[in-house]
Design a protein around this ligand. Sequence first.
Ligand SMILES: [Mg+2]
Length: 184
Amino acid sequence: MAFYQKCIPHRYDVSIFDIDYKTLKKQGIKALFFDLDNTIIGYDQVTLNEQHHAFLASLQNDFYVVILSNTSFSRVSKALEGFDVPFIYHATKPLKRGFQKALHLASATTKQAVMIGDQLMTDIYGANRMNMVTILVRSVKRKSDRWMTKMNRIFERHVLKRIQKKYPELYLERLKDYVDDHAV
Ligand SMILES: [Mg+2]
């Protein structure tokens, strides 16, 4: 599969709260891997709030949930304090290592796991390379992106333009709303 194709998510949803988890369950999905920064909380938020806790805990009834983050141990452990959920820090997405660790924790195959994240170049490209299902979400607060992510976003804009040219139908279906939602 060509590089640009691997940057296309299977679908786009506005937030982690809008994903159709019931259908995922019916499709045989066992594990959900969530990016942390700007997928669950903004970079400028230190911890998950009660709504996040309750929501992720409810998902744990049906799925094995793992937080898969490229950020540091101190950032992730602090964010998840008081919440019993396995996490992987310094996941080095889009490299395969972090995804493999998460699959191992969840005892799931790539076909049984979904990656949910807000970045094409790390979350989506990385998980597509693993042949996982990928769901892109709107960044919680794009302005809070850190410098490394800002660099990735520059590359992401280029990739989005190429996808729009090469795969206009897929772009319309899965990426246009993502682009439009961040333009406002
Ligand atoms: Mg992120």
